[in-house]
Design a protein. Structure first.
Length: 293
């Protein structure tokens, strides 16, 4: 068949030149890999969902939200203990008190616990309380911290830096992997652009692209990516359509009173709706054939 006159066939892939992210590369593993979070699988044919408030505010708030998200099918619970806030005057999180509350959440609901590590000095305490560590967007290129979690034997959710390219993000993962920790999950959470209506700009092509570049699972956080709760369900569905293995969403029983990120937090009924809609999209599990470029 003739090609269109303006169509130039793509250049052959430079197969002889391996990508600089050796361990994260799709060629480094037979098929897609999965990450085991204390018995819950991230990646593979079932969508995994992390849900919970931006920050743990008190035990009642955390337990109420955890019961709601558990009821509607979440697998993991989030709720920051140490919060990276733009202003030093904003709520910084309850710290160790929050981690003790998260122990209660796990004991009552069985939900696995996600929490952000902001400094190597928090590693010992977080190891005791969490099932999966999170590297936040602001630390996506904190190479010493990446090496530190690379030496910890816990899975890591690696958020995309709000100004990092996809290759830089893959190389951040490489810092963790090359220290011996193979349990890395990428999390797209939006990048900073010129658009002020949304908090960030969600980059869903990054999700589809990562599925061609890496064997590691890919999560999307439509809450921080948009900043607006009315956009979270549509962008969660779009994320699943783009090939996401997992979602992370903020949920609050009283978003107006939330100490952080209330505007982007779903009401529990909206979380129920989200779960219903994403399960409609993949009722029989997700396809797992490797996407070749
Ligand atoms: C968070 O998930 O609590 C958070 C602060 O996200 P990000 O690092 O993506 O801004
Ligand atoms: Mn938040």
């Amino acid at each position: 068949m003739d090609t269109l006159p303006h169509y130039k066939s793509p250049q052959p892939a430079e197969e002889s030149i391996p990508p600089p992210y050796k361990l994260a590369s799709i060629h480094a593993h037979q098929g897609y890999s999965t990450v085991d979070v204390s018995g819950t699988t991230i990646g593979g044919n079932k969508l995994a969902v992390v849900a919970g408030p931006c920050a743990i505010e008190d035990a009642k708030q955390a337990l109420n939200i955890a019961r709601e998200v558990k009821k509607h099918g979440a697998d993991l619970f989030r709720g920051g203990a140490f919060k990276p806030r733009t202003s030093p005057y904003s709520f910084q999180g309850l710290g160790i008190k929050a981690l003790n509350i998260l122990d209660e959440v796990r004991a009552e609901t069985g939900l696995k616990i996600v929490n952000e590590i902001m400094s190597a000095s928090q590693s010992d305490v977080l190891l005791k309380h969490v099932d999966v560590l999170q590297i936040g967007s602001r630390n996506a290129q904190n190479f010493e911290l990446l090496k530190c979690v690379g030496q910890m034997r816990k899975p890591v959710i690696l958020k995309r830096g709000f100004a990092t390219t996809i290759e830089e993000w893959l190389l951040s993962a490489e810092y963790i992997l090359s220290e011996g920790n193979t349990q890395v999950i990428f999390c797209e959470r939006g990048i900073r652009t010129f658009e002020p209506y949304t908090r960030n700009t969600i980059d869903l092509s990054a999700v589809a692209l990562l599925k061609t570049l890496t064997h590691l699972p890919v999560m999307v956080d439509p809450s921080h990516a948009t900043g607006l709760r009315e956009l979270v369900i549509p962008m969660a569905k779009a994320s699943v359509a783009a090939g996401a293995d997992a979602l992370m969403v903020e949920v609050h029983t009283d978003p107006d009173a939330a100490l952080s990120d209330g505007r982007q937090s779903l009401y529990p009924e909206q979380f129920e709706q989200l779960m219903y809609e994403v399960n409609l999209m993949a009722p029989f599990g997700r396809s797992q054939s490797v996407v070749h470029n």
